[in-house]
Design a protein around this ligand. Structure first.
Ligand code: A3P
Length: 299
């Protein structure tokens, strides 16, 4: 069956003013009451900030660089995406909650929720959380292409149109600006390692070592080098357990734009017009005036 013919783009709804896919809103009570365990490790990001990359690194550290183990299943099933929900009636059904409940500890979990919507049990259990942030412009470009290729998401419309929606925070998982600021603030009070895509790109060894330390693991130099190698963009692009070619078949159309698209810093320059860039920068300054958070948009 050719799913691409039957797939309809997601409808959205809101939870506390945050736009989410409608099915997630319909099970929101269950998401909110999710029971985290003390040894859970949560990878939290705004969508398209480098979630999959972080997950692969964390999984490799957890498995001491064992490539076979890390290819036991696709990212999407290895690490439950806690709030993601597609009803059983759909051929692509998925329940992050059920997957998490069935998983033996220690679990690695994924979320895109803004900090105020994180199920409170994560705070109560003092879980380790790794937050990966990416500069707004590249994050937006990646999100735009992802909406084009992923038919389970709302239609992005034109680039201009999506740019406006992003600036207004009227996209799935809400405002990028509030998301990165909210988690940045939370890191001072909680067990959060806050990382940047740009740093990871510039010096993966240094950033991966931070994660190793945060996870309280001890790994040999040789294993560390192995992890650096297997989590590069080029290797992950060809890894069927990381590149999403095994999941969402018929929903993600990699011929429109591959999940592993470019994996660089600064691709925004190929998308923004001069006028769009000026407008974006001016608006950015206002929205980010109340934070100490600084991003790099080029290396
Ligand atoms: P681009 O669309 O800019 O290429 P997420 O996993 O949060 O959905 O993020 C996807 C983005 O991370 C995509 O960005 C993807 O190419 C990039 N990415 C995935 N693996 C990567 C890696 N190993 N190194 C650099 N970027 C990576």
């Amino acid at each position: 069956e050719d799913l691409s013919l039957t797939v309809t783009r997601a409808e959205t709804d809101e939870v506390e003013g945050i736009t989410l896919a409608k099915p997630i809103c319909s099970i929101w009570d269950q998401v909110w009451n999710f029971k985290a365990k003390p040894d859970d490790l949560l990878v939290a990001t705004y969508a398209k900030a480098g979630t999959t990359w972080t997950q692969e690194i964390v999984d490799m550290i957890q498995n001491n660089g064992d490539i076979e183990k890390c290819r036991r299943a696709s990212t999407y099933t290895r690490h439950p995406f806690i709030e993601w929900y597609i009803p059983k009636s759909s051929p692509q059904s998925y329940s992050g909650l059920e997957l998490a409940e069935a998983m033996p500890s220690p679990r690695i979990l994924k979320t895109h929720l803004p900090v105020q919507l994180l199920p409170p049990s994560f705070w109560e259990q003092n879980c380790k959380i790794i937050y990966m942030a990416r500069n707004a412009k590249d994050n937006l470009v990646s999100y735009y292409h992802f909406h084009r290729m992923n038919k389970a998401l709302p239609d992005p419309g034109s680039w201009e149109n999506f740019l406006e929606k992003f600036m207004a925070g009227k996209v799935l998982w809400g405002s990028w600006y509030d998301h990165v600021k909210g988690w940045w603030k939370a890191k001072d009070k909680h067990n959060i390692l806050y990382l940047f895509y740009e740093d990871m790109k510039e010096n993966p060894k240094h950033e991966i070592q931070k994660i190793v330390k945060f996870m309280k693991k001890d790994i040999e130099e040789e294993v560390l080098n192995q992890i650096i190698h297997y989590t590069t963009f080029d290797i992950m692009k060809d890894n069927p357990m990381a590149n999403y070619t095994k999941d969402f078949v018929g929903i993600m159309d990699h011929s429109i734009s591959p999940f592993m698209r470019k994996g660089v810093v600064g691709d925004w320059k190929n998308h923004f017009t001069v006028a769009q860039n000026e407008k974006f920068n001016e608006d950015y300054k206002k929205k980010m005036a109340d934070t100490s958070l600084v991003f790099r948009t080029e290396l």
